[in-house]
Write a protein that binds this ligand. Sequence first.
Ligand SMILES: *Cc1c(COP(=O)(O)O)cnc(C)c1O
Length: 442
Amino acid sequence: MVASLKCIEENCRDIVSPMSKAYVCPTCGGLQDVVYDFQIDDPEEIKHLFLQRRLSNHLLDLSGVWRYRELLPFCEDVSKVVSMQEGNTPIYEAPRCAEYVGLKQLHLKHQGLNPTGSFKDNGMTAGVTQANLLNSRMVACASTGNTSASMAAYASRAGMKAVIFIPDQQIAFGKLAQSLDYGALTLQLEGDFDESMKLVKEITQETDVYLLNSINPFRLEGQKAIIIEMLCQRDWQVPDRVVVPGGNLGNSASFGKAIRELHDLGFIRKMPMVTIIQAQRANPLYQTLIDHSPRLVPVEAHTLATAIKIGNPVSWKKAVRAMDWTQGWCDFVSEQDIADAKAMIGRDGIGCEPASATTVAGIKKLIRTGEIDPEEDVVAVLTGNLLKDPDYATNYHQDSLYEEATYRNELLEKKDKVRSTFANAPIKVRADKEEILKILNL
Ligand SMILES: *Cc1c(COP(=O)(O)O)cnc(C)c1O
């Protein structure tokens, strides 16, 4: 067997079989890594193999995760792989965003162009494949939306039952619609994400249901492919920096592990810095770092970027490790910064969800503070698709986006308006040719 599960705690490092259903260390309760005895002698040969596979129509090769299977070799029986041809996402040059933030050049890797519209698919193909290897019939997660949408789809593909726990009233509409359509049993709970998370952990610990939150180390194995694919697309030219939004911090954790392994195996000579951007009022990682705290400093999370509205992130220790390994850092941005950055990404013809726009907003901030050099080669990872949360975009462009708003079918209360700096509101016009030509200045 080439894979095992290893505790990340320095004073434990306990190793268990990958066929254990536990998702934390049975000895100390710490987070676990999937670790391997990699069978790779010549990285250049493997790079060539990855490139060759892009000509193949084999299901595994069509996946932007399993194409790189030598770097996540936990599934020996490939007939168990559950794939929807995830990954395969483009890297776009974003000249308007580059100018906006003050960089000479900026590249955006758009994970929102995955089968269910977020990077969660990269992880979910791995997580559901592991559930399949364990013969699980039922899988569960707590979610701010995208994890549940993705898990619902992959569980259905695999013929498993999906149970999702979502915080009441706090999930973007597109994501809820997906979970319902993909046939998941959807439980809307009173309270916030952190409370849903606590419950689903208890329930999966006590039953046969398999947990597919990002605390599940196999999901993070799939997300490593975001980094691997990005490097393949750049012919292994390593960028100076990779910028990623921070919510539960699984993606940041996974990027760190991917970069470390690629470096240790000789695929790359330098490590790109992993820079994590949180929302200002959902910034527990930042608080923990500036306090030099050995424990997480949880916060009560508030942000319109619901995908990162998390006050008690489960993978924070792995995220700290990722920053240590790569000389990275973490910062936060305001709701105003997020909204304007998102509109600017839109002007480059690229649609993302609010959480994804923290990256461009964060780069702008770090250039202002001198942390990032304008000449740097930076790749920002856009995590989710615009259509996940169309309300946010239409509200912004029609000058009606509020940091605090309560709805019950209609807007009940609104507070702290976000300025619509780059508003592009629709224009009401009579169905009259002359009038339209006047508006068009023709
Ligand atoms: C899940 C998610 C995040 C946060 O990722 P973490 O791994 O939890 O830090 C950010 N953006 C989008 C769109 C997401 O779906």
